[in-house]
Design a protein around this ligand. Structure first.
Ligand code: AMP
Length: 424
């Protein structure tokens, strides 16, 4: 058998140790924001019955038509690797009777893997990760505004404070059908000039015509009637109140009639946070019909999902760096017979909360020092013969190049104090 070099599947990335710090950082920011905003974590399965996505995301969407990882399992059931998070959360909400308890139910997820058979490019993968929230059982505009505020807070706290929210309303069952017909009337004389995708959208999902990125379709989008002008009174009032609340909370946003979102289940509020080169970082909106569509009682709901890879790319472009993981102290042994001492010391310090590293290769003292430097250790604690006799260790500050002999018993306190004063 020839040795075939195995690689990860196309469009799927490893997060290597040098990149993991950025992930941990945005995950910590997300957990903190979600805690402050009162969202409790839910973890739903990575695959679901295919029917769940057919009924929720919608058969005419790009996701269902072209992008799902669907397969028949050994029991003959059709299952799908989840392409998005909301459907599974709603399924769990109903399955576990959360709709019977106090409302609203506020749920979040952090770095949940999602799968779409998309064309891979910068910021687009076949396995990617989302963090997001869902508020179930709240109809008032305050729920929309809270969800948008949480998305903005997450992106701003992560390091993009000037990210702006693009807001729109896609109406509801009262006003959308009439608008859809007006949109068709607008496009009908130009069908020949549209891209092939838009010709299909014209029949199946005319709202998506507004989301086309092909240059040949741009003029028709620019001259299209806007949904905002066609909203019924209730949808208009809802959008006005969302705007009033965002303004009161000083959350920057702009109205953008081009935001229509790719999924079928949205009603009224839709929004995105858009990056100039990477496209949407985050998208969300209200989905008042979805719970009922999935067999539950009529339940208004609103949420968002943010793409973790895209957020990390955007932060990298902005120069927001996450420090790579490095030991706080490397415990080096200066004599062969002190290896067990050094080992015991490192384990004891770890027990006390210090990130301590110790040689695992039987290196010479000089090689241990070189290795500690390569690892980026802040300090090296030298366990030497004379130190052992005196009950001390010599702590070397690798940055400053200075060193001090300290009592072994007080070394952890000493390190803590030095690390804290250096802001490490
Ligand atoms: P969506 O569910 O399509 O609204 O996606 C929400 C967010 O997930 C987007 O704004 C992106 O940041 C991210 N996202 C969507 N699809 C992909 C993908 N194929 N690869 C990476 N990120 C994605």
């Amino acid at each position: 058998m020839s040795a075939v070099r195995l690689t990860a599947p196309r469009g799927v990335a490893d997060v290597l140790p040098q990149a993991a710090g950025a992930w941990q950082r945005v995950e910590a920011v997300a957990r903190d924001v979600f805690r402050r905003y009162g969202f409790a974590e839910i973890r739903t399965p990575m695959f679901e019955a295919t029917e769940l996505f057919l009924r929720s995301v919608g058969e005419d969407t790009d996701i269902v038509a072209k992008e799902m990882y669907t397969f028949v399992d050994r029991g003959g059931r059709s299952v799908t690797l989840r392409p998005e998070g909301t459907a599974g959360v709603v399924r769990a909400y109903l399955e576990h009777g959360m709709n019977a308890g106090p409302q609203p139910v506020k749920l979040c997820y952090v770095s949940a893997p999602m799968f779409r058979y998309d064309r891979p490019e910068a910021g687009r993968y076949r396995q990617f990760h989302q963090m997001g929230v869902e508020v179930l059982g709240a109809a008032a505009p305050a729920a929309d505004a809270e969800v948008i505020a949480a998305a903005h807070a997450l992106i701003a706290s992560a390091g993009l404070p000037d990210a702006s929210v693009r807001l729109n309303s896609v109406g509801d069952a009262t006003c959308r059908p009439a608008y859809r017909e007006r949109l068709r009337d607008h496009y009908r004389p130009h069908l020949e000039a549209l891209c092939p995708d838009c010709r299909v959208r014209f029949d199946r999902n005319p709202l998506r015509l507004l989301d086309c990125k092909q240059p040949q379709c741009a003029p028709f989008i620019a001259s299209a009637p806007t949904l905002a002008d066609a909203l019924c009174d209730a949808c208009r009032a809802h959008l006005d109140e969302v705007q009033a609340l965002l303004t009161a909370a000083r959350i920057p946003f702009e109205l953008d009639p081009g935001i229509v979102r790719g999924l079928d289940y949205y009603t009224r509020t839709v929004f995105e946070v858009v990056h100039p080169t990477l496209g949407a970082l985050c998208g969300g909106g209200r989905y008042d019909g979805l719970v009922e569509e999935l067999g539950g009682p009529p339940t208004p709901a609103v949420g968002f999902a943010l793409g973790v890879e895209r957020l990390i790319l955007a932060l990298g472009e902005r120069g927001v760096e996450a420090p790579a993981q490095a030991p706080e102290v490397f415990v080096a042994c200066a004599a062969e017979e002190l290896r067990a001492d050094a080992f015991r010391t490192a384990m004891a310090w770890r027990e006390q909360g210090v990130a301590a590293e110790v040689d695992l290769l039987g290196r010479s003292f000089r090689a241990q020092m070189r290795h500690a430097d390569r690892l980026g250790a802040r300090f090296v604690a030298v366990v030497g013969r004379s130190e052992a006799e005196r009950g001390t260790v010599t702590v070397r500050d690798m940055g400053a190049g200075t060193q001090e002999e300290v009592e072994a018993a007080g070394a952890v306190a000493y390190l803590r104090q030095r690390l804290a004063s250096a802001g490490a």
